[in-house]
Design a protein around this ligand. Structure first.
Ligand code: SER
Length: 314
């Protein structure tokens, strides 16, 4: 990885990934692209180009123009939005992915795209969900993610494209808020705890999902991309996780810093059903064995850092 093109560079992951990669590989060696431009750091502290991932020609042209050797395809619609617009989600998530894979094949680029805990479904084993297991998701997002995992494997086996990927859990960060995901409550709760001292959760108590703090997610992407390919038995869709909690546990952790914090519930049936179809906790031992994955943050250290950083930001 020396020169990298990122799609969805102003999104939840991309906005921080871009900045981190520029720190490591050099400002001019990370080309940020997104469908819109903002004045966020990723858009202004290095090369930026407008790119609609549905535009296959422009994607290839930009990759050629900047002479990149790696493409990181981050542009996608998240789970809850995908349920409200399933046809659009299919077109964007699968069309964008195919264009990125084709760009990688045509120009011989290393390739990364994230899958998700959303690639599992109601008949997947719920606890300590194995790396290789039943995947029959019941959401459009999940269908897209499973298809994406298979396509990335296909491009490796069929064309020799160096495809790599992880299954991310809910990602938590104080920088760019997620939009339209099911795990977003675990980000919103921190903002509301600081602003109002209370939060009404759309996910019910007792609903456990895997989560990870953004610095660990960025570290996982970079470590996997830099990993020795001969050690990779899997290439795509490695389970990665740092913690699993329900809203009550997160609230208890927040109360260690904001003692009067109040949590109430107004459950959203759509997002609750999505969460209920996902694992309680996944097993990340394949990622640990094959490329040394290990998360640094747990619920306690993440909460302390989130609240400290958000207090400054807000
Ligand atoms: N955070 C994502 C979502 O909730 C999961 O991949 O949609």
């Amino acid at each position: 990885m020396k020169k990298i093109l990122i799609t969805g560079a102003l999104g939840q992951i991309g906005s921080e990934l871009t900045v981190k990669l520029r720190d490591i590989y050099g400002q001019d060696n990370v080309i940020a692209t997104d469908i819109r431009q903002t004045n966020s750091e990723a858009a202004v502290n290095g090369p930026f180009e407008i790119l609609d991932v549905m535009d296959a020609n422009r994607m290839v042209e930009l990759a050629k123009e900047y002479n990149v050797d790696t493409i990181m395809h981050m542009a996608a619609l998240l789970s809850a939005t995908a349920e409200t617009k399933p046809v659009f989600a299919w077109n964007l998530n699968m069309g964008g992915l195919m264009n990125a894979l084709e760009t990688a094949r045509e120009l011989n680029l290393q390739f990364f795209t994230p899958s998700s805990i959303g690639a599992f479904g109601p008949n997947t084993p719920k606890d300590n969900t194995p790396q290789d297991t039943i995947q029959r998701p019941t959401t459009m997002y999940g269908v897209n993610k499973v298809a994406g995992e298979l396509l990335a494997d296909y491009y490796f086996h069929r064309f020799g494209v160096d495809t790599r990927g992880v299954r991310f859990p809910g990602l938590i960060s104080y920088v760019t808020p997620p939009g339209g995901g099911t795990t977003d409550y675990a980000v919103e709760i921190y903002y509301e705890a600081i602003k109002k001292g209370q939060y009404s959760s759309y996910i019910n108590k007792g609903t456990y999902m895997d989560m990870m703090y953004m610095p660990d997610a960025l570290g996982a992407i970079i470590d996997l991309m830099e990993a020795d390919p001969s050690k990779l038995i899997h290439r795509n869709a490695f389970n990665v996780t740092a913690m699993s909690f329900d809203p009550e546990q997160l609230a208890a952790e927040i109360r260690k810093h904001i003692p009067g914090f109040e949590l109430s519930y107004e459950v959203d049936p759509v997002r609750q059903a999505i969460a209920d179809s996902w694992p309680n906790s996944i097993d990340a031992s394949a990622a640990a064995e094959e490329w040394g994955f290990k998360a640094k943050y747990d619920i306690g250290s993440m909460t302390a850092d989130m609240l400290e950083k958000l207090k400054v930001k807000l």
